[in-house]
Design a protein around this ligand. Structure first.
Ligand SMILES: [Zn+2]
Ligand SMILES: [Zn+2]
Ligand SMILES: [Zn+2]
Length: 118
């Protein structure tokens, strides 16, 4: 097995410290390895995104409600809440929800005495 050499100085890193990543070379290809879990990435960007799983950093925030997310994709999914993709409507007051679970919570909170939708 080939022994990867560490090559930390070669990387102008964005927000990562040397304790969070290990840069290895395998077959001449650079790999960015998460030191928390050992997962490898082909790009620094990919590892940077991944490492937030461990650090809890949430750089993406929703402009409408301020909720924060680790990944831009998660923010995009969340924003459907604001952009009107709400297939679930409350039978009692007409309020609409993006998720069935959200609707259920709403009905339990606001209409506890009404018959619940199946
Ligand atoms: Zn990791
Ligand atoms: Zn929001
Ligand atoms: Zn309602």
């Amino acid at each position: 097995m080939q022994r990867p050499d560490r090559d930390l100085n070669a990387f102008p890193f964005i927000g990562l410290s040397a304790t969070q990543l290990e840069v290895t070379k395998l077959n001449g290809e650079r790999r960015f390895v998460c030191t928390y879990c050992g997962k490898g990435f082909s790009s620094a960007r990919g590892l940077e995104t991944h490492i937030r799983v461990h650090t809890g950093e949430r750089p993406f925030s929703c402009a409408q409600c301020g909720k924060r997310f680790t990944q831009s994709g998660h923010l995009k999914t969340h924003q459907s809440v604001h952009t009107g993709n709400r297939p679930f409507g409350c039978l009692h007051c007409g309020k609409r929800f993006a998720g069935k679970q959200n609707l259920r919570i709403h009905q339990q909170k606001h209409h506890p005495n009404e018959p619940q939708a199946p």
